[in-house]
Design a protein around this ligand. Structure first.
Ligand code: ADP
Ligand code: MG
Length: 717
């Protein structure tokens, strides 16, 4: 097909944003500092305690805050407010109400009542609930999550005050991703505080920290609208390999194209105003692929900010006549996109619990809990990143495999192994790299190299969970990590208390604690792996070690129903809530694949096949014309037509097969349907795609109805 892309992008002129106009950090966030003058001290104290999650705010007490919030929002141009929450759709939800109210009937005023700030009542029946709510049972509530500050969202001509909120059912079950995350924070805090108090550390608060590196593709919007598959499913259902992919390894960290940079700057400016601490931007490995990474924050806020950032990127992309793709695998044959979740534990005293250079017993105990947790719940952790989209990425090029292992780096792995085997450990001697240049001093190398193939890697003072998909909310994987780690930590701290309670001397504590940790390290050793996670040898080795390798998401979801998982989630999600999440996940998976099937059949039959037949007819006419002119068509010319015709026939057959197998699922429930989709339909879809992609290489380009990979991937470059 011929795509005519004029340069419609409003590329920002160099230096068009004067330094004085640059956005102030958090200018669109309702911050305590903004209201100190407008509110009495008692209210400010209350608000502070709410922000820190220390106190419950009572509806009657928040009238003044609501009034100050409304005045601030109106001054910023807001006309509406909304509770902004995270239902199990994976996206964010909002329902706007204007500030308009009757003072007395017929005389309007602008108002935000304390009750409206604190509580909302969206219809819960149209959100996924996994059977927790049936259609007639509609009542659901949102309640302001006071740990997350309200903010202003401007889109098109509308300015809205967004109030971050939690979403739950009339019967009290969590219907969002935020409630379990906050519960997991509380549960983990309790366990870590117990550990810290053992060593005499005075922290009062413990929280997790998260830095989510967001990968994405950016393509021209005109091309995007001509690819219904990208629009509706987020990924290309067809598309022959591009003659040039990522093999020259030249896109990674390459200089950023003007048009892309213009988009990035726009996103960053708005992000900074929203208090999202964006820090890093760079081109990624695949053509048209990029990454943005923020500074880390407390996890619940980082989760909100990541979702907000994705919204922002979508909307800024449209403004720049671009489309931002968050699907895990939009294009075959090149890298997919992930969202590395960098996770650690911090305290109000400034301690990073996962910093090995701080308190050794605290670090080693937490590490033992993490290794035990991942070893015991490898399958559950795998299930926390399961989705139809991520299935196309996990195990693919540059993505983590589906086997769960932990990479600690050579020196830490050696320490763990020495403890496990009761060997004397000596720290590694620092190593220096000398480049042999007189003006460059020798450089101290890190103690270990990086391992890009690991699912869950220790990176100095935090773990990096790399299997999370680019479109996913970080809330669920982080909740899962915290659920399983806390379970192990509780157990180890119980044991540790018996050993070291009352012992004041830190060295003696360590001496008494080590034998206990030895047992846990030893048991968890099989989960440690520092080699190449992409190799087939590792698959065999992992099997010998008894590590699960759950290739398909469909099987991974089931782990949520295991007794062991239910135990790990105690205090975070009830069995009923977990079962609901299982149902939501499996239903979502089945519906996603169903949409892909529908579109695959439609695209082939109404666009691709007609184009291929037109091409075939054109060739046949050309051959006839030759004959009419008295020229005998060459054998190869006839062969080419025959081959085209055979491929068309093969493609029709392959697509019919997809339809035939899908039809068998018509009367099945979601669980059975998902299984058939995963086991039988997906391979048929892959086969159909392979055949159609072959056809794409034969049909005249001008006739092919969809922009090709070349046109898509190089549409902005
Ligand atoms: P990489 O080399 O893995 O691409 P980046 O510098 O792009 O690393 O991203 C690292 C991420 O880890 C950043 O978002 C950073 O803020 C985050 N990070 C750093 N320290 C911590 C921590 N203690 N807890 C959580 N995240 C952290
Ligand atoms: Mg990274």
């Amino acid at each position: 097909m011929n795509v005519h892309v004029e340069s419609v992008s409003p590329v920002r002129k160099k230096n068009s944003v004067k330094a004085s106009q640059r956005s102030a950090f958090g200018a669109d966030v309702f911050d305590l500092r903004l209201i100190t003058s407008a509110l009495p001290q008692k209210t400010i104290d209350l608000w502070m305690e709410g922000i820190e999650g220390r106190k419950r705010m009572d509806v009657n007490e928040v009238e003044l805050i609501a009034e100050a919030l409304k005045n601030w929002a109106i001054a910023k141009g807001a006309t509406h407010y909304t509770h902004w929450f995270q239902p199990l759709t994976g996206a964010v939800a909002e329902k706007h109400d204007s500030f308009l109210s009757w003072k007395s009937l017929g005389s309007p005023i602008k108002q935000l009542r304390g009750k409206e700030l604190m509580q909302g009542e969206p219809d819960a029946s149209s959100f996924p609930s996994g059977g927790l709510r049936s259609t007639p049972e509609a009542r659901g509530y949102t309640v302001w999550d006071t740990t997350s500050a309200p903010f202003i969202w401007s889109g098109a001509d509308g300015v809205t005050l967004c109030i971050p909120a939690l979403f739950f059912s009339w019967s009290g079950e969590a219907l969002d991703h935020k409630i379990p995350l906050l519960r997991s924070e509380q549960k983990m805090e309790e366990a870590v505080l117990r550990l810290l108090s053992l060593v005499g550390h005075k922290a009062k608060k413990v929280f997790s920290t998260l830095g989510a590196e967001q990968e994405y593709f950016l393509i021209d919007r005109e091309i995007w609208v001509q690819r219904p598959d990208l629009q509706l499913t987020g990924r290309t259902l067809f598309g022959a390999k591009c003659p040039k992919g990522q093999e020259l390894e030249e896109h990674y960290f390459s200089s950023i194209d003007d048009r892309v940079l213009s988009f990035m700057v726009d996103v960053e400016e708005r992000a900074i105003r929203l208090g999202i601490p964006v820090k890093t931007r760079h081109n990624e490995v695949a053509p048209a692929q990029h990454e943005v990474a923020p500074l880390f924050e407390k996890s619940p806020l980082a989760v909100d900010h990541n979702l907000l950032l994705m919204e922002l990127m979508r909307s800024c992309a449209a403004k720049h006549h671009l489309a931002c793709l968050f699907h895990e695998k939009p294009f075959e044959g090149i890298n997919g996109s992930g969202k590395h979740n960098n996770w650690s534990l911090g305290t109000d005293t400034g301690l990073n619990v996962l910093n090995p250079e701080k308190n050794s017993l605290v670090f080693l105990t937490t590490l033992a809990a993490i290794l035990r947790a991942v070893h015991l719940h490898a399958a559950l952790l795998r299930s926390s990143v399961a989705s139809a989209g991520n299935d196309h990425r996990l195990g693919g090029s540059e993505a983590p495999p589906t086997i769960l292992s932990v990479y600690l780096g050579q020196s830490l792995e050696k320490l763990v192994s020495d403890i496990a085997h009761d060997r004397i450990h000596s720290d590694e001697v620092p190593r220096y790299i000398d480049l042999g240049l007189s003006h460059i001093a020798p450089f101290q190398a890190d103690l270990s190299d990086r391992n890009r193939t690991s699912f869950f890697a220790f990176t100095g003072n935090k773990f990096e969970f790399r299997a999370v998909g680019s479109s996913a909310s970080c809330a669920w994987p982080i909740t899962t990590i915290q659920a399983i780690v806390t379970e192990s930590l509780q157990l180890i701290v119980d044991e540790m208390e018996l050993e070291v309670a009352g012992v004041k001397d830190l060295e003696l504590q360590l001496k008494k604690g080590l034998p206990l940790l030895r047992k846990h390290f030893k048991e968890a050793l099989p989960v440690l792996f520092g080699g190449n996670g992409y190799s087939t040898d590792w698959e065999k080795e992992a099997e010998n070690r008894g590590l699960p390798n759950i290739r398909k998401s469909c099987q991974a979801f089931e782990v949520l129903l295991d007794k062991r998982s239910i135990h790990a989630f105690e205090g975070i999600l009830t069995q009923r809530e977990l079962e609901a999440r299982y149902e939501v996940s499996i239903e979502r998976y089945a519906k996603t694949v169903q949409i892909e099937i529908n579109l695959m059949l439609e695209l082939f039959r109404t666009q691709i096949l007609p184009a291929a037949l037109t091409c075939q007819e054109k060739w046949a006419r050309s051959i006839n014309a030759l004959t009419a002119a008295g020229i005998k068509p060459g054998v190869r010319t006839l062969d080419a037509l025959e081959s085209l015709s055979a491929h068309i026939n093969e493609a029709i057959g392959a697509i019919d097969e997809v339809e035939r197998v899908t039809k068998q699922t018509q009367d099945l429930g979601f669980v059975a349907k998902a299984k058939v989709f995963s086991d039988l339909v997906s391979p048929k879809m892959e086969e159909a795609r392979r055949v159609v992609d072959k056809l794409e290489m034969q049909v005249e380009h001008a006739l092919w109805p969809l922009p090709t990979y070349r046109e898509i991937l190089y549409s902005v470059w």
